[in-house]
Design a binder for this molecule. Structure first.
Ligand SMILES: C[S@@+](CC[C@H](N)C(=O)[O-])C[C@H]1O[C@@H](n2cnc3c(N)ncnc32)[C@H](O)[C@@H]1O
Length: 378
């Protein structure tokens, strides 16, 4: 059985992954969380009321264990924030002890400790290190924690460039900590994020915040999807599920200007990018932009069409189970006769998974690498 009780220097806590899955095989924290908590236990003096900022906590393990310090917590993940709230409640910790911030709105305060769980996207770490400059003092202790495989030399180089001298810990259970000595005299370049690229064959300049899927250029799978998006007046309520920078919904809207679009992603940066990009369309129909876990907040039988380029991972979690949940939820949210259009790599075998939920599953178009599949229950 998967361990859900975390024993660390700060105490013993229940920490679960969210959303809760039957037969969950993965723990909600890792050896890097344990190492970091062990390391700071001797440094954080409760009587001195140190100010603590946690960045990119996975499911709230760090926030729960350090709640006595009333930490601020910054994350780009809606799911991580929801999990943090649920895990605080599970441990009878008052939710107001932890201040949650989404990645685009940082706290204004200076911090004694900034504890960063190494993110998957290097660009996101770079953007955070640049934007955290206002939260630093010469005495701030910045520690980046991660599994050794997630800490390439480029992580250390970014820390050295944006903070000052770095020093690694020894590796313990394949996890490592990197400490930075803040040098207030270092010169911080202008933040390159968000980055923009021109969307081929259009007049659009696509805005990409740092944590966006394929933020430097159009993904080749997405390009194939854009070339084959459907056009029909029957599509009135349309969701761009896992919207990233929102190009799928944007181009769909151009072909179907009367459709009402709903952009959903679990990344706050994705939703902000999609909103910024959609402002460029000429459609007069309003659109909605939601950070959410897939379609959790949509009403049953309310949508005509869902467009989805499913995630291979959700922040640091890899797995096809996220796509499966998206398909299952799509079935509930689609009206009778509504359609789910999915693009995927041929080898992912999405048509097999889709058949679990839909009676009609058709390959609409394919090339050597990708397939576009339409699933419906009509
Ligand atoms: C492969 S990218 C597709 C992005 C964009 N639609 C495109 O085609 O370029 C998948 C997106 O799903 C998002 N995602 C991952 N887990 C999610 C979840 N549980 N709910 C909503 N979005 C999620 C990721 O943040 C990512 O932006």
């Amino acid at each position: 059985m998967t361990e859900t009780t975390m024993h660390v220097a700060q105490g013993r806590f229940q920490v679960l992954r969210f959303p809760i899955e039957k037969n969950e095989k993965l723990q909600a924290w890792d050896a890097a969380d344990e190492y970091l908590l062990q390391d700071v236990a001797g440094k954080l003096d409760l009587d001195g009321q140190p100010s603590v900022l946690i960045v990119n906590d996975s499911f709230g393990a760090l926030a729960v264990a350090l709640s006595a310090y009333k930490p601020s917590v910054v994350s780009d993940s809606f799911i991580s924030q929801a999990a943090t709230r649920k895990n605080l409640a599970l441990n009878q910790i008052d939710l107001t002890t932890v201040r949650l911030f989404d990645s685009l709105v940082l706290p204004q305060d200076k911090f004694d400790f900034i504890l960063i769980k190494a993110p998957k996207t290097l660009a996101f770490l770079e953007d955070m290190l640049i934007r955290l400059q206002d939260n630093l003092t010469v005495n701030t202790q910045v520690i980046v924690a991660g599994m050794v495989k997630n800490l390439p030399a480029s992580v250390w180089q970014l820390m050295a460039r944006y903070l000052g001298e770095t020093r690694p810990s020894k590796a313990v259970k394949k996890a490592r900590l990197i400490y930075a000595q803040v040098d207030m005299d270092h010169v911080v370049p202008i933040n390159p994020y968000p980055v923009y690229y021109p969307l081929e064959n259009t007049q659009y300049q696509i805005c990409n915040h740092a944590n966006i899927f394929s933020h430097k250029s159009l993904d080749i799978g997405t390009r194939f999807f854009l070339e084959h998006l459907p056009q029909d007046d029957k599509y009135q309520q349309v969701v761009d599920l896992g919207c990233g920078n929102g190009v799928v919904g944007l181009i769909f809207s151009e072909k179907n200007p009367n459709a009402q679009l709903h952009f959903v992603d679990e990344s706050f940066m994705a939703v902000a990018s999609a909103e910024e990009n959609f402002k460029q369309t000429v459609t007069t129909v309003s659109a909605s932009f939601q950070a959410d876990d897939a379609l959790t907040d949509f009403e049953d039988k309310s949508i005509d069409l869902i467009l989805c380029n499913p995630p291979f991972h959700q922040q640091n979690t890899i797995g096809g189970h996220i796509a499966l949940r998206m398909f299952e939820q799509s079935k509930k949210v689609l009206k009778q006769g509504g359609e789910l259009w999915v693009i995927g790599n041929r080898h992912l075998g999405y048509h097999v998974s889709l058949k679990k939920f839909f009676s009609k599953v058709e390959v609409m178009v394919s090339n050597a690498k990708f397939v576009i599949i339409k699933a419906s229950n009509s």
